[in-house]
Design a protein around this ligand. Sequence first.
Ligand code: IVH
Length: 675
Amino acid sequence: MADEQLRRRVEALRVEINQHRYRYYVLSDPSVSDAEFDALMRELQELEARHSELDDPASPTHQVGAPPSRAFAEVAHRQRMLSLDNAFAREELEAWGQRVVRGLDGTVPRFTCELKIDGVAISLTYESGHLAQAITRGDGRVGEDVTQNVRTIRNIPAWLEMASPPALLEVRGEVYYPVKAFEQMNDAREEAGQPRFANPRNAASGALRQKDPAITASRPLQVLCHGMGAVDGLQVRAHSEFLHRIREAGLPTAADQTETVDDLDGVWAFIERWRAGRHDPAYEIDGVVVKVDDFGHQRRLGATSSAPRWAIAFKYPPEERETLLRDIQVNVGRTGRVTPFAVLEPVLVAGSTISLATLHNEDQARMKDVRPGDTVIVRKAGDVIPEVVGYVAAKRPPEVEQAGPWRMPTVCPFCGSAIHRLAGEAASYCTNIDCPNRLFGTLEHFAGRGAMDIEGLGEKTAWLLLDKGLVGDVADIYRLGADDLLALEGFGEISVRNLLDAIEQSKSQPLERLLVGLNIRHVGPTVARLLARHFGDMAGLRAADEETIAAVNGVGPIIAAAIRQFFDNERNAALIDKLAAVGVRMDTDVSHKGTALEGWTVVLTGGLEGFTRDEAKQAVEDAGGKVTSSVSKKTSVVVVGSDPGTKAVRAEELGVATVDEAAFVHLLDTGELPA
Ligand code: IVH
């Protein structure tokens, strides 16, 4: 790849990955399978590894999870909660094993093998034996305090069965929604006309993050513990010993699905055994976690910026089944993009029934050469999203062979307009901006949780509104009156009142939410926040030229071009004016430049728990201050983290004020030094 192309690819991957992470971790509503996500991450890791000049500490490859969302108090982890590196084949596992042995100067360590529970990571802190705090992983440094909810989980003891419990014991584990209960709950939701959860993991995450603990308590959540965090007053030499000890103390562990073995052959035997039995446990698994057992060995091996070197996750490939491809149909999304999908004879795969599967685009469908009437192989990519792998040649009927390859329709099935494919692009588009299906997607997205968050304006209501001709664009939502809504099927006084209230409330969503809702290409929550913070209001952003937008940290030329293109389109400009006219807010709370540190010169030294170095710098700048690298008499304050360098000493010599992380956070908000 040429340099410029390469840089663009890296940038596009980062944007896409960040958006997926936000959907996965914050919204609990992923739009791609784990396998697709892993593939994107791998591509980015490989590009960064091969072209170190493109690497960036802010890249998602160096981060774990996603920043916590706002609903719960944020708490810094005592020790970072790391992620795991993956292996997808035996060779990759062997390569990891060799690195481990090399790292231990030739010693072959013992390994503890566990199942990789597909749940939500949790950290449980016991102080003198009493459950004191439960925190989600968040971004690995700062998580959400979900203690009240976790206390309702039945298999978590409120105190430990130990004669003399340690002063501090942090245990890490996974919250999960048992598969059987999950299926029953989903069936019940379907009957009640509610959308199904995509998988048990999302259901667990949703249940854990309820604002009302009584709701969490009503869900059958369970926890399994699999790791040690910060401890004080507990002597253990190995991971297997730790698991044993906490089990004795009453904490749930997966003892029956855990084994400590002497070498990699033993590891492989464990992997093979559970490959066949992967659906046997009460929880979903997506692989096996292999850990070097001895804590001394673990310490010697250490960790990279995102994962320990002493552990690896082996991921099983998705399960596959054969079924009949009844038809290929197309859908039109909110960008007008036409997506072909397979209509299948329903088939049970990895615990749930598949009857539809996306074929992504014309090229993909033709490359797979699947045709109506074929017997096809389907699987759930990452055990979530159904996928057609290919057809079974031996089972293709002669008439299907004669019919020839499937072709993308030339007219849109929803509005009859031409379907067009741009040169050099894989996607096809319905050329009608007002295509009803497209408008539907637009509306649903605008009202969605990451955007204007209008509760009650879901799929069903969006269709009703379109069907009755009540809205022609998203601004029309704000012109709806009680009479319009009362005429809709299934709406009564109360539901109308609720919907109108929700619509009214959404008017005060900050600019970043509106930007997400406007469905600008490449503008997801992360980019929207950067833009809102930088420009402060819609007018500033609209007036900015492409270069100015591209210069915003984290944005870049591709996104800038897409944004400019959006605002230059007259219909979009008119839509924004219309939104402003009906009273939708056009600015943000994220003050684009605070004043707390105006005139301050700040020096950072040592590691901070809640910030990377770049984030700390950004935070100072956002508060109006400046970060410099060396301490002088002009320095206003030195922020001293863990393992500080000589700058802390220098500050003392010069009599410059120093603050720790907590005081730094206070300083950012208030501009005040502690007394
Ligand atoms: S050990 C330092 N063991 O998978 C990281 N993790 O993809 C140690 N997970 O963050 C993690 N089952 O939330 C470990 N038996 C197991 C696990 C497990 C599920 C989760 C965990 C981790 C994620 C990494």
